[in-house]
Write a protein that binds this ligand. Structure first.
Ligand code: LER
Ligand code: MN
Length: 272
């Protein structure tokens, strides 16, 4: 059975982004637990912040950490894992690597989404993809050595020109030398890029490690126009046991978005 999670951003520069809770980790854990979620997913500014999160708070509720996002490397520092400049790329890799080391202390996976960057006139698609593949091989190996997974997330065409579709993400993952890089399907992006979300999920299921639960308008699941029944059928029949993690705007407010998410999660994805 899938598990439920909610996002919290600790990155002020990401303000306006699709995260349910903001800034106050303890409050997010307290509300997530009260509402009945299984876990929190943390969008953190750096590895050091991950190390200093209050483990006692998480364990006491009790909650799990579903994953750590690395997009702060892009949002705060403009770093990209597909950049043509070697020293830039090494800084991007180092940023994610330090998050991998910190995440491993929580035994939690790490996400590469916006850190995939973009190809440009100076560095065409094939070259940029080769750089991205090299970065994922190195970071996947670092995560493997520490016993955790790396999640790779295709993004819609308005956020990247690198990997937009589930098919392309699976092809990239298959081409890697490491086997602990899993697919992250964000339903908001899939709604834009996939001809048939449920069909794509069924095809990709063996590769999926994580799902971002969001509606067509980036609001809580159930409050846009995505049809969740075929998606739930695809995921549940396929035996998916990972997280459905709400990466949505805090609308009308954080607590309501979390409660609305949980309502939809219970309706479609949970038997309890
Ligand atoms: C951004 O749209 C997103 O979906 C994030 O999960 C990317 O890191
Ligand atoms: Mn996402």
């Amino acid at each position: 059975m899938p598990k439920s999670a909610i996002t919290i951003s600790l990155v002020p520069e990401a303000r306006g982004g699709p995260f349910v809770f903001w800034d106050d980790f303890e409050r997010a854990c307290s509300e997530a637990s009260r509402i009945g979620l299984d876990a929190v997913e943390v969008f953190a500014p750096d590895g050091e912040t991950i190390r200093q999160l209050p483990i006692k708070t998480v364990l006491e509720y009790p909650l799990q950490i579903a994953a750590f996002g690395t997009g702060a490397g892009m949002v705060k520092y403009g770093l990209s894992l597909s950049h043509s400049d070697t020293s830039h790329r090494q800084r991007a890799q180092q940023f994610v690597r330090s998050m991998i080391h910190a995440a491993a202390t929580w035994n939690a996976p790490v996400i590469v989404g916006s850190m995939q960057g973009r190809w440009t006139a100076e560095c065409d698609c094939a070259r940029a993809l080769a750089f991205l593949r090299d970065s994922l091989n190195q970071l996947g190996q670092a995560a493997y050595d520490l016993g955790i997974s790396l999640f790779f997330e295709p993004l819609n065409r308005y956020e990247t020109n690198m990997v937009n579709t589930i098919d392309d993400a699976v092809a990239l993952i298959q081409s890697l030398d490491v086997r602990n890089v899993k697919l992250l399907v964000d339903l908001f992006h899939a709604n834009i890029e996939e001809p048939n979300i449920a069909g794509s999920l069924i095809e990709a299921l063996p590769y999926i490690g994580h799902i971002h639960l969001a509606d067509s308008n980036r609001r809580a699941a159930g409050y846009g126009h995505i049809d969740y029944q075929p998606i739930a059928d695809a995921i549940c029949a396929g035996g998916y046991q990972g997280y459905l993690s709400a990466e949505v705007l805090p609308l009308p407010d954080s607590v309501s978005a979390a409660e609305m998410t949980m309502q939809t999660f219970r309706k479609f994805f949970s038997t309890t």
